[in-house]
Ligand binder design. Structure first.
Ligand SMILES: Cc1cc2nc3c(=O)[nH]c(=O)nc-3n(C[C@H](O)[C@H](O)[C@H](O)COP(=O)(O)OP(=O)(O)OC[C@H]3O[C@@H](n4cnc5c(N)ncnc54)[C@H](O)[C@@H]3O)c2cc1C
Length: 491
């Protein structure tokens, strides 16, 4: 199999590059080791479209963040993955922190931002009545927002495939060998071989290892985990903006934010584990919850539905590495930690320019279509009495499969018919939200499996994702009880 460009990794970076290459007459393959796109950091992060004031202009991540953020309106219009500008606040709870706000403000100006200002206590309280009234001031970024990052990567991948890219799932790359005549042989774990003129390394936390396959090992990537608590749909209305505390040297600190779909997200912490560990831990979650209470004491732990962990790909250069390497035609998009989702449109642009500079001919494809229809749209839930007669009925397009999120059979069938194999219940969940409600799929998992069986024509194991994830997550009761006990002790 011979391609102009082979992209290794189907996270937001790999899929954004594949989509950006879709406007040219090129053969493009995306090789992804997992059974779906967006299975790495792109699946588990804060989902913030960052302002672009936090990273220094001296760093690539400082220069690319706002450049990426500015493209989100257009991308959302074309791809419908879920993006809303809700604004963000960095909260200072001590007078001594105000100069730090000023430094962030000035850094934002250096990065080109024009929608930043520092606001005082009264202005913060008027915007955010639930915030701790000890707040002294805040840095307000009007154009920051929230998005659904895995839906974004899915949308990118669907659009790339619609424009001719080929996506190979369950295709882990084992080795990349430069060919004497130019180009590369890319070998997979299951013994297949792909040939590409150019290789784009977008393998996230594995990008250091993939780079080392061609002998480029002048940097390392270390995993740094961050755990989160997610509260039920509707709880996001507690706050209006993304609420950050002051950044630390490990990251942007604990945030409290509505998600695009109206949940409340709390986290992340930052721990250098030395390995990719997606488990969650009661002590870490408890600490995160307690720290978040500095932002607001109105967090209701009884609304907890899920904990999860995201793993940052921290590079030894402390920056994004987006460059053609000393091996001609092999391009690294490595060490893309936060704000990687926000920067992804700008990283994809840069990657295309690097390919062109390396000799790839970019001939526009007159058939290119930038648009992709939404699978779901944000909507208020209907009263139960209006859906109850559509729950226990035989198969029908408007049958309600997931009660909590009111997902219909037709939506699941649509999600599975867009050029990307959707073979797991989690894959359906990320596309449709079936299983993301308060019961976390207890009710709908077998029902989703039944719809999948109709589409796929073979049996689907409803417990596959749970049993094969290998992830040990703190359960609801454990964290609710731990928080309640800690709060009782304080009183
Ligand atoms: C805790 C946390 C919070 C964050 N918050 C934000 C935020 O609010 N806003 C923001 O803009 N950014 C945020 N980020 C950063 C953002 O999530 C990442 O920068 C982005 O998702 C990185 O995308 P990626 O495509 O490089 O990596 P990934 O999404 O990890 O994708 C890499 C892909 O490569 C695949 N792969 C690996 N090895 C191989 C191989 N050998 N062969 C084939 N495929 C392979 C993996 O399976 C994976 O799918 C956060 C990150 C974390 C972890």
């Amino acid at each position: 199999m011979k391609y102009d460009v082979i992209i290794i990794g189907g996270g937001i970076i790999g899929t954004s590059i594949a989509r950006a290459l879709g406007r040219y007459q090129l053969s493009v393959a995306v090789l992804e080791k997992e059974n779906d796109v967006a299975m790495g950091a792109t699946k588990a992060n804060s989902a913030i479209v960052h302002g672009g004031y936090a990273e220094s202009h001296a760093k690539l991540k400082g220069r690319l963040c706002y450049k990426g953020r500015k493209q989100f309106d257009q991308l959302e219009n074309e791809l419908h993955f879920g993006f809303e500008k809700i604004g963000s606040l960095v909260l200072a709870f001590e007078e001594a922190q105000i100069p730090k706000l000023q430094a962030l403000y000035e850094n934002g100006l250096a990065n080109g931002l024009d929608d930043l200002c520092i606001i005082d206590h009264d202005a913060v309280m008027a915007m955010e009545p639930a915030v701790n009234p000890e707040v002294k001031a805040a840095l307000y970024c009007k154009g920051a927002g929230v998005c659904s990052p895995y839906e974004m990567a899915i949308a990118m991948a669907e659009n790339a495939v619609a424009n001719g890219a080929e996506l190979f799932l369950e295709t882990g790359v084992k080795d990349v060998v430069p060919r004497p005549e130019g180009g590369f042989n890319v070998m997979t774990e299951d013994g297949r071989s792909f040939t590409g003129d150019y290789v784009m390394n977008a393998a996230g936390v594995a990008s250091g290892a993939v780079s080392a396959m061609v002998g480029v090992d002048d940097f390392t990537i270390s995993p740094r985990s961050g755990e989160y608590l997610l509260l039920a749909r509707g709880t996001g209305s507690l706050v209006n903006n993304v609420l950050f505390q002051m950044p630390t040297k490990m990251g942007k600190g604990i945030l409290v934010s509505p998600t695009y779909h109206g949940n409340l997200i709390i986290g992340p912490d930052a721990v250098d584990d030395g390995c990719v560990d997606k488990a969650t831990h009661p002590d870490r979650l408890l600490k995160i919850f307690n720290e978040a209470r500095l932002t607001t004491d109105q967090l209701d732990i009884t609304k907890f539905i899920r904990s999860f962990t995201g793993v940052r790909a921290v590079s030894s250069t402390d920056d994004f590495i987006v460059e053609e390497t000393k091996v001609p035609g092999f391009i690294n998009c490595a060490g893309i930690q936060s704000p990687g989702v926000t920067s992804s449109p700008a990283i994809a642009e840069m990657a295309v320019t690097l390919l062109e500079d390396a000799g790839l001919k970019l001939v526009p494809d007159p058939g290119y279509n930038p648009n992709r229809q939404p699978i779901i749209q944000k909507k208020a839930l209907l009263p139960f009495k209006e859906i109850k007669d559509r729950i226990d009925i035989p198969s029908a397009p408007d049958k309600i499969i997931c009660r909590c999120e009111q997902v219909t059979e037709a939506t699941i069938v649509d999600a599975m018919s867009r050029g990307i194999p959707v073979t797991t219940i989690d894959g359906v969940k990320r596309r449709t939200r079936a299983g993301m409600g308060f019961c976390q799929g207890t009710f709908c998992r077998p029902r989703v499996a039944a719809v999948m069986e109709q589409v796929l024509g073979h049996p689907v194991d409803p417990s596959f994702d749970v049993e094969h994830s290998g992830v040990n997550r703190v359960g609801r009761n454990a964290i609710v009880e731990a928080v309640q006990a800690a709060l009782a002790e304080k009183e």
